[in-house]
Design a protein around this ligand. Structure first.
Ligand SMILES: Nc1ncnc2c1ncn2[C@@H]1O[C@H](COP(=O)(O)OP(=O)(O)O)[C@@H](O)[C@H]1O
Ligand SMILES: [Mg+2]
Length: 321
């Protein structure tokens, strides 16, 4: 099979949900507006943004758990609209997911052994001996004792469960793991252990992550590229090394300002952010960030700025950059 240099590519994706508003009138609400991005092998893309800005929806589009209204999704260069079922099946296992809540993402009626073996049997081969060997090897790599194989998820702590979730994702040797708030449900010490583990896997086996988080330090720790989202739009893409030394989108600057203590347990965005968040339903026609922007001009109310290349390491959607 001809291989693309990108594991996943998203082109001009729009995604709406139908919601019932006042008087039970149906209304279309856009969770993603014209989103495009690429994920290369071995790279970590971090998506940062406040709750409700569309991060999880974007993760689901990448995993093909949601279909876009408009736009294209490519896996390994193959457009999902035209892919054959056989190709789809062979690529499906290459993109795995680990979600926020390790309490609900592991089937409580399965032993850890069966939780790990299930994807192996489906995607790799129906060979219990080899599967168990791989499971033991991975448990060791994620820092768990082999004894957990015969335990049920409820016997484990939150951190241990998230290690199991990671081992399960790795059972089918993926190229990419979508991590949706992987450490948000854990306390600080456990959180940093899991982040370190994720970093080790990335460095050792060249794994890629699509890391979704509302926490700047989490995104900063793991990512090669940082993508900032606001109300369904990407407002900035910036290479991590570069992040501390350049000018940014006004919203990114606001996040940086608000984030005084990088190890604070509190959600970072609450503090200094001024201005009203517009309802996503009554979205302004101009820039999505208009109502909170310190640098807004008249034109920003009328026109929506496109993501523009500033240089090879930074893209910003703002008329003033
Ligand atoms: N299945 C759904 N039906 C209706 N609205 C949804 C659905 N899923 C998400 N949304 C809405 O889409 C927006 C983006 O949600 P989400 O992607 O979960 O954001 P985030 O992960 O950044 O918090 C939110 O306003 C949310 O209420
Ligand atoms: Mg989410």
């Amino acid at each position: 099979m001809e291989m693309s240099q990108f594991l996943v590519e998203i082109k001009n994706v729009w995604k709406s949900y139908e919601i019932r508003s006042f008087w039970f009138k149906k209304q279309k609400f856009y969770a993603l507006l014209d989103v495009s991005l690429k994920i290369s092998k071995g790279e970590v893309i971090g998506i940062l943004g406040e709750s409700g800005c569309g991060k999880t929806t974007l993760g689901k589009i990448i995993l093909d758990l949601e279909k876009p209204d408009k736009g294209e999704v490519f896996w390994f260069g193959k457009n999902l609209k035209y892919i054959s079922r056989r190709e789809y099946k062979s690529l499906r296992s290459k993109i795995q997911a680990v979600f926020q809540d390790p309490y609900s993402s592991l089937n409580p009626r399965y032993k850890i052994k069966d939780i790990l073996l299930e994807p192996y049997f489906i995607c790799i081969e129906n060979n219990k001996k080899k599967g168990l060997e791989k499971a033991k090897e991975l448990l060791n790599q994620v820092g768990l004792d082999q004894n957990v194989l015969n335990e049920y998820p409820h016997a484990l702590s939150g951190g241990q469960r998230q290690r199991v979730a990671l081992a399960r994702a790795l059972m089918v040797s993926p190229d990419l793991i979508v991590l949706d708030e992987p450490t948000s449900a854990l306390d600080m010490t456990i959180q940093s252990q899991i982040l370190e583990l994720l970093k080790n896997f990335k460095e050792k086996i060249g794994l890629s992550y699509f890391l979704i988080s509302h926490s700047l330090p989490v995104v900063f720790y793991l990512s090669d590229w940082i993508i900032i989202m606001y109300l369904g739009k990407i407002v900035e893409i910036c290479k991590k090394e570069f992040f501390n030394s350049v000018d940014h989108h006004p919203y990114t600057l606001m996040l940086l300002e608000a984030h005084l203590d990088p190890f604070s347990k509190k959600p970072p965005f609450k503090k200094e952010i001024k201005g009203e968040v517009p309802s996503a339903l009554f979205r302004p026609s101009g820039c999505v960030f208009y109502s909170r922007c310190k640098e807004r001009q008249k034109m920003c109310l009328k026109k929506s700025p496109k993501l523009r290349k500033i240089n090879n390491l930074q893209y910003i959607a703002c008329f003033k950059r």
